[in-house]
Write a protein that binds this ligand. Structure first.
Ligand code: A3P
Length: 286
C-alpha cells in the first residue's frame, strides 16, 4: 500500500514525507523562539527562498560566501519539517528560521518573544500558478491535475498549508507589533534596493551603500538561478523532477495572466473579495 502523501494537523494538510504530527505538535507547543531569532514566515511560493537569500546576505553585510556555500534549508531551517526542527534545535542563537505554518498553529512562544518576524506575501493568483508548477515537480505534493482543478483546491484551502486567505489574515493580526514586518513579493520586484534598506532598518542592521549594492546584486533572479545552494538543484532527482522544470521558474509578477482564463480570474476575484473584505491593508495587486 502506498503511504498517504499528506497528513492533517488541526485541519491543515502537510506533506507526510517532511512533517509528522509529533513535529508539528512540538513546534506549536514546546518550541522556544528566542529574542535574537529572525523568523521568516510565508505561504508557499510567495518568495521564501528569495527573502532567505536577502536575509542571509544582509546578515553577512553583502558577502555572498555563506549563501554560496550552505544550502538554503540548512541556512534557515523550516521548523515545520522534521529535518528543519532537528537543525533549529541544534543551532545557537541568533538563528535564521523559516516557517510556512499558519498563525493559529505557529509556536506559542512567539507571543512572548522579541524574535523578529518577517512575513512575505505575494499576489495569490501568482502563488496559485507557482504552486501549480511546483506541485508537478516536487515529490511531496500531489499531482495538481489541471489548472481548473488546482484552482478549486487552492480557493477552498484543500492544499498543503491550507487557505492562503486564512494564512494572510492570521499573520496580519500581528501587524501592529514592533517585532513584525511584512513586505510583498511585488515590492521586492519593484524596488529591491529600497526593500533591502527597509529590512535592514527593521532588523537594526547597519550596512553601507556598497554592501547594500552587493545584497541587491546577489539576490537577483539570475544570480540565484545560478546559485546551486538556493536553486534546489541539490535536491536528488527522486525528490524533484529536474528534467521537467526548475524551482527558479520565471520570477515575474502577473504570470497568472498567461495561465488563468478570464472566467477563472473573475471567479478568483469573487472569492478574494468575499474572504478579504475585512482586511484593511492595501496590497499592490489591488
Ligand atoms: P515562480 O514559480 O513564479 O517563478 P518560494 O521560495 O516561496 O517557494 O517561491 C518561489 C517563487 O519565487 C518562484 O516563483 C521563484 O521563481 C521566485 N523567486 C525566487 N527567487 C527569486 C528572485 N531572486 N527574484 C524573483 N523571483 C524569485
Amino acid at each position: 500500500m502506498t503511504p498517504e502523501l499528506y497528513i492533517t494537523y488541526k485541519g491543515i494538510l502537510f506533506p507526510s514525507m517532511r512533517s509528522t504530527v509529533e513535529t508539528l505538535n512540538y513546534v506549536e507547543n514546546e518550541f522556544q523562539l528566542l529574542d535574537e531569532d529572525i523568523l521568516l514566515v510565508t505561504y508557499p511560493k510567495s518568495g521564501t527562498v528569495w527573502m532567505l537569500e536577502i536575509l542571509g546576505l544582509i546578515q553577512h553585510s553583502g558577502d555572498p560566501s555563506w549563501v554560496h556555500s550552505t544550502v538554503v534549508w540548512e541556512r534557515a531551517p523550516w521548523i515545520n519539517t522534521n529535518l528543519g526542527l532537528e537543525l533549529a534545535l541544534k543551532y545557537p542563537p541568533p538563528r535564521l528560521l523559516t516557517t510556512h505554518l499558519p498563525f493559529q498553529i505557529s509556536p506559542k512562544s512567539l507571543l512572548h518573544s522579541e524574535a523578529k518576524v518577517i512575513y512575505t506575501l505575494r499576489n495569490p493568483k501568482d502563488v496559485l500558478i507557482s504552486y501549480y508548477h511546483f506541485a508537478k515537480l516536487y515529490d511531496g505534493l500531489k499531482d495538481p491535475g489541471t489548472v481548473e482543478e488546482f484552482l478549486e483546491e487552492f480557493l477552498s484551502g484543500n492544499v498543503p498549508i491550507g487557505s492562503w486567505f486564512d494564512h494572510v489574515k492570521g499573520w496580519l493580526e500581528m501587524k501592529d507589533r514592533s517585532n513584525f514586518f511584512f513586505i510583498t513579493y511585488e515590492e521586492l520586484q519593484k524596488d529591491l534596493r529600497g526593500s533591502v534598506e527597509k529590512i535592514c532598518h527593521f532588523l537594526g542592521k547597519e550596512i553601507n551603500r556598497q554592501q547594500i549594492d552587493a545584497v541587491v546584486e546577489n539576490a537577483s533572479f539570475q544570480k540565484m538561478k545560478d546559485n546551486k545552494m538556493s536553486n534546489f538543484s541539490n535536491l536528488p532527482d527522486a525528490h524533484f523532477n529536474h528534467k521537467e522544470g526548475k524551482f527558479m521558474r520565471k520570477g515575474i509578477c502577473e504570470d497568472w495572466k498567461n495561465h488563468l482564463t478570464v472566467k477563472q480570474s473573475k471567479h478568483f476575484d469573487c472569492v478574494y473579495q468575499e474572504k478579504m473584505k475585512d482586511v484593511n491593508v492595501a496590497f499592490p495587486w489591488g
